[in-house]
Ligand binder design. Structure first.
Ligand SMILES: Nc1nc2c(ncn2[C@@H]2O[C@H](COP(=O)(O)OP(=O)(O)OP(=O)(O)O)[C@@H](O)[C@H]2O)c(=O)[nH]1
Ligand SMILES: [Mg+2]
Length: 428
């Protein structure tokens, strides 16, 4: 069974809390603040691992959590950074991140941070000023990012075999590679993609055999649609048409229509037509039909070849034609590229105005302050700690929030709401 989808809950580690501590020395009665910072929480990282074939390791709605940052300690000791949690995924894994960004892991060793750990809180040492020499508060660590991510595997094959059920796709794969797919005289024998490596003159490429397509496949009929995603990354398609079947042309058109219907540009890929089972028609017919198809399809296809998986006729030519079709196509545009770009460029940040805030009068004596920076300030501090509250008040004044509140009609003692918190503000 090929597991090509997974849904996983990822959670970055929580940042460690900052520490409240004062220096103790034998001959110094009242030492200064020396509480260290909390460590940053660890990240959840996906790592592309060539030893994996699919997403089975993640199958059962797994929860993946990175390590928490250590708390700060006295004597300016900072908490340790939380351990990252690495999740190995198969090459070809495509992930939709927590904020809708897309990661494409194709090269072994590529990494993508899917849930960042939270920042550690500052220790009380950081809050010491000339007027506040002994701060008795420190920041709390922040939660890491968390949520469900969707993973999808799109096989990394160079060329894909497509066609109606029973056309002889798997037989060709078995003939041209060492793969041993199931082959039988009934349709829908292949129920999941099978890969094989084609070798020729020191060159290698990966061929994918997918379940047969029928009319309506793109809308979910048969098995094909599910698996069309696996040929999206191919550089060429081999369209297998059973030449001994009743109406090969109609079958060909059905499959072309389904490829176009899938909507990922499959119909625009270079295409080779393999007229299969040529041993079932007289030689003269096979040659005549090949010429006819060539003329009819013209430049729409790279070539038309009559082949037989049973006798081996035309197989060598087909191998060479596949290598040529894949080689003439420029390599696919570099997928979301290597190593470092992931977290930096694919991230969607909250739009400008991080520092911005807005003040709103809810009702008599109740005001609401909104703004990511302000909310962060509250999340980082313990409102039950009078000193922390005083610090918040000071920050609100510096940022201009108190002035804005007053402008909106605020009077000392009124209620102020920020995020989930509500408190009485005495500032004047
Ligand atoms: N005589 C002859 N029979 C063939 C040839 N290729 C395939 N067959 C037969 O055709 C039937 C279908 O072959 P498969 O390779 O399973 O076809 P498929 O396209 O993979 O079929 P699905 O997986 O169902 O989509 C089997 O009975 C094969 O033995 C050939 O070149 N000559
Ligand atoms: Mg098959």
């Amino acid at each position: 069974m090929l597991y090509d989808r997974a849904r996983t809950y990822v959670e970055g580690g929580r940042g460690g809390d900052g520490c409240v501590s004062f220096r103790r020395e034998a001959h110094v009665p009242k030492g200064g603040p020396d509480g260290g910072d909390g460590g940053h929480g660890g990240d959840v990282v996906l790592a592309c691992d060539s030893s994996l074939r699919d997403l089975s390791a993640l199958h059962s709605g797994a929860h993946v959590r990175a390590g928490r940052g250590g708390h700060g300690q006295g004597a300016r000791r900072h908490g340790a950074r939380g351990g990252d949690r690495e999740v190995a995924v198969a090459p070809g894994t495509v992930v939709e991140g927590l904020s809708g960004e897309r990661f494409d892991l194709t090269e072994p060793g590529q990494r993508a941070v899917v849930a960042r750990g939270g920042a550690g809180g500052h220790g009380n040492k950081r809050f010491a000023t000339s007027t506040r020499r002994a701060p008795r508060f420190a920041e709390r660590g922040l939660d890491g990012e968390s949520g469900w991510i969707e993973l999808r595997l799109k096989l990394l094959a160079d060329a894909g075999l497509v066609g109606l059920p029973n056309a002889g796709k798997s037989s060709l794969l078995a003939r041209m590679t060492r793969a041993a797919p199931k082959i039988a005289e009934y349709p829908f024998t292949t129920v999941e993609p099978v890969l094989g490596t084609l070798e020729y003159d020191d060159r290698q490429l990966v061929l994918a055999d997918i379940p047969g397509l029928i009319e309506g496949a793109a809308e979910g009929a048969g098995l094909g649609h599910e698996f069309l995603a696996h040929v999206e990354r191919c550089r060429a398609l081999i369209h297998v048409v059973d030449i001994s079947s009743e109406d090969p042309e109609a079958g060909y058109e059905t499959v072309r229509a389904e490829l176009a219907e899938h909507g990922a540009g499959l119909e625009a890929l270079p295409q080779l037509v393999a007229l299969s089972k040529r041993d079932l028609v007289p030689d003269a017919d096979a040659e005549r039909l090949t010429d006819e198809w060539r003329r009819r399809l013209g430049d729409d296809v790279s070539d038309v070849l009559a082949v037989s998986a049973a006798t081996g006729a035309g197989i060598d030519e087909l191998r060479r034609a596949i290598l040529a079709a894949v080689a003439v196509t420029a390599p696919q545009p570099a997928p979301a590229a290597s190593d470092d770009v992931f977290d930096a460029e694919h991230r969607v940040y909250t739009p400008a105005g991080e520092q911005g805030f807005s003040v709103e009068r809810m009702e008599d004596g109740v005001y609401r302050v909104d703004g990511p920076g302000i909310e962060l300030l509250f999340r980082r501090h313990d409102l039950a700690n009078a000193e922390a509250l005083a610090f918040i008040e000071q920050r609100l004044r510096e940022i201009g929030v108190i002035a804005a509140l007053r402008k909106a009609g605020f009077e000392p003692g009124d209620e102020v709401r920020v995020g989930e918190d509500a408190f009485e503000l005495d500032a004047s």
